[in-house]
Design a protein around this ligand. Structure first.
Ligand code: PRX
Length: 654
């Protein structure tokens, strides 16, 4: 596969309808699909109100459906009251207390099956333990955990008592963790001694200690799960073992009934400016789209075993691991470790052993595993799988076809789901029993999601295959509520155009002659590395924080496995590093960025020059830098550059 394949979706016109058997057993058949769309078109608010009544157990029913009096802030089901944990757990106890809710598998092979009743008891005990340490409704709690059942238990426990959790991905550094703690003003940190990943221990507690060492932290209590059992530091008074705080706690904990718009969680994500922003989600609206997409897109049914491989540190791990599938009463798989331990067959081995029926992962994982060859998946019986999914970045047709043939054995529909941290749940995705798929397209918007591709004036682009801004024209229940602590940033980022009427997703897209959506990429300075979002600004800020770096510009280039790779152009103090010194400096800067942000942000290439190419007004010529990063011929006029020589240096030719 060449990196150009990633962009070759333009020529794709193969159509894959679901099999008759799939359609016959699907929750949503073609006629249901048409009916759902019609209901949403005829009475938009009525449609969502019905869905909310059908799918959520309300403590107090709502009378208002959508309050748009403070646009572009939209509130759904405003006077209703509910509890999310109740909806994910207690709701099912009367009918399926013994059904397995979570199957956990550690990287080293240890497994645990947790029934709905056991999950209820574990969540209640932990919630009571948190309460005993003073946590109450509205408090912010940071979760910095390995991918374990306890991470989900902690999230559910927060929801049960109305505390607002913010999960920080375990791969983020101590500094990134601290930024999020400070921004959220969190009072509790839930972590573990470590986690197993890639055959090593991820030193979570050590990073947590480092992040709290800097003065002025708001954290009062740290709860530590014993996962690895290796030696760690415990600070008396501040740090408590998980097993100690649940000891003697009751397995009953009355849910805190919260208002529909009570913040359920914050999740930090990158934008084109400044530090990552805390995307704030509501309780009811978020829960509603989480449930309906699990039912519609993943066709979740009673016997399904659903494995979404995302870490709970990302939105996908919230909506399709910790909340949505449980709210739908399903069984979810949680795997702690890396996909290649002990070898590249691990995912497929888990699918065989646990009889996974629905498998959802990122194109980057598919591409990485595809490289190891067909013999790994072919060693295992994958006949239990009936539906496949992808998320996070465009999937190139070659990877799609491999997924379809080698994993799905040409039997399983593939749902390519477009959505974002901000949208909380799938927005544009095939409903598998009703929509035929095309490799590389996320197909059609879901019922009640009014997505469009518009031009600069906000007019719908009707011409086939003409690119434009991807927008959502009407507020939808799971839409972010605001940016935590910076409401202006919410307005400026998501409603900067079209008189503030449409939600601007930040992606460009086109529609083909069948009306299918094709995502073309970001319109801002956000890059997508292995399905993870990073602002180029964030990496630039990390680089310039290094004592030797004067200036830095970061762009991306296509990458065979990761989708995009980071290329950094760096200007150092003093002489431009060359030869061995440059090599040493590259290693140092990569490690430095890893420490500042996390391993995913380490630049793949770092190039040094005496200056950066800039326009006369002093703006960095990013398009030129992108050309250089991609090794493309330079067609732009560079004669006005103050120092044309830097282009040669950045190309590595001098
Ligand atoms: O650019 C789109 C890309 O990922 C961005 C959202 O990133 P994040 O908030 O981290 O959420 C990722 C998981 C939902 C989008 O703006 N993206 C997401 N899904 C797809 C996609 N690009 C193409 N196809 C997709 N299916």
């Amino acid at each position: 596969m060449s990196s150009n394949d990633i962009n070759s979706t333009l020529v794709e016109n193969r159509l894959f309808p679901p099999s008759e058997e799939f359609v016959a057993n699907a929750r949503i058949k073609p006629a249901d699909f048409t009916a759902l769309h019609k209901q949403a078109e005829d009475d938009y608010e009525g449609f969502w109100a019905n869905q909310a009544k059908q799918n959520i157990d309300w403590h107090k029913p709502f009378t208002t459906v959508l309050d748009d009096s403070n646009a572009p802030h939209y509130q759904w089901f405003t006077d209703g009251e509910l509890n999310l944990s109740y909806n994910c757990i207690d709701k099912h106890l009367a009918t399926q207390a013994d059904k397995t809710a979570i199957i956990f598998e550690g990287e080293k092979g240890d497994t645990r099956h947790i029934s709905y009743q056991q999950l209820h008891d574990d969540v209640c005990q932990f919630a009571n333990g948190m309460k005993a340490r003073g946590i109450k409704k509205g408090d912010r709690v940071i979760i910095y955990m390995p991918m374990t059942a306890e991470a989900v238990i902690a999230m559910q426990a927060c929801a049960r008592i109305g505390a607002i959790h913010s999960v920080v991905f375990g791969g983020f550094s101590a500094d990134s963790l601290r930024d999020r703690i400070d921004d959220a003003g969190a009072v509790m940190l839930i972590t573990a001694d470590g986690g197993h990943r890639g055959g090593k221990i991820v030193e979570l507690k050590e990073a947590a200690d480092k992040s709290l060492a800097k003065a002025g932290s708001t954290i009062e209590n740290v709860i530590v799960l014993k996962r690895t059992g290796h030696d760690i530091n415990m600070q008396q008074g501040r740090d408590h073992w998980w097993h100690d705080i649940i000891e003697d706690q009751s397995t009953e904990c009355e849910p805190e009934w919260v208002n529909a718009t009570h913040p359920l969680f914050l999740l930090y994500t990158s934008g084109s400016t400044g530090k990552p922003k805390g995307i704030q989600h509501s309780t009811a609206g978020y829960l509603l789209n989480a449930i309906v997409t699990n039912l519609w897109v993943f066709d979740l049914q009673d016997k399904d075993i659903f494995w979404c491989t995302a870490d709970v540190g990302w939105i996908t791990g919230h909506t399709y691991v910790a909340f949505g599938p449980l709210a739908a009463g399903s069984t979810v798989v949680i795997y702690e470790g890396a996909p290649v331990v002990p070898d590249a067959g691990r995912f497929w081995k888990i699918c065989e052993e646990l009889k996974v029926t629905i498998f959802y992962t990122a194109p980057t994982a598919i591409r990485a595993l595809m490289k190891f060859g067909d013999e790994f998946p072919n060693k295992y019986d994958l006949s239990s799988i009936r539906l496949l999914g992808t998320v996070g970045e465009p999937i190139n047709p070659e990877a799609w076809m491999w997924y379809h043939k080698v994993i799905g054995k040409e039997r399983c529909p593939i749902v390519d789901t477009w959505w974002q941290t901000e949208t909380g749940a799938n927005m544009i995705a095939p409903i598998p029993g009703a929509v035929s798929t095309k490799p590389g397209s996320c197909t059609l918007p879901l019922p009640g999601i009014i997505a469009d591709v518009v031009n600069e004036q906000g007019e719908s682009i009707t011409e086939a295959n003409k690119g434009g801004y991807l927008v959502i024209r009407k507020p939808f229940p799971s839409m972010l509520q605001t940016v935590w602590g910076d409401d202006q940033r919410y307005v400026d980022t998501y409603f900067p155009k079209f008189d503030g009427k449409y939600y601007l997703a930040g992606d460009s897209a086109r529609r083909d002659a069948d009306g299918y959506f094709w995502i073309m990429g970001r319109i801002d300075d956000v890059v997508n590395i292995s399905g993870h979002r990073l602002g180029t600004m964030e990496v630039e800020s990390a680089l310039v924080a290094h004592e030797r770096v004067v200036e830095a510009a970061v762009v991306s280039r296509p990458h065979e496995v990761k989708g995009e790779a980071i290329v950094a152009f760096v200007i150092c103090q003093g002489e431009r590093p060359v030869g061995e010194e440059a090599e040493k400096m590259v290693q140092e800067l990569r490690a430095w960025v890893g420490e500042q942000i996390g391993a995913i942000a380490k630049p793949d290439d770092i190039r040094f020059a005496d200056g950066l190419p800039k326009t006369r007004s002093g703006k960095i010529m990013r398009r030129l830098l992108r050309n250089i990063a991609r090794g493309e011929e330079i067609t732009q006029d560079i004669s006005t550059l103050e120092n044309e020589g830097v282009v040669k240096q950045l190309q590595g030719k001098e």
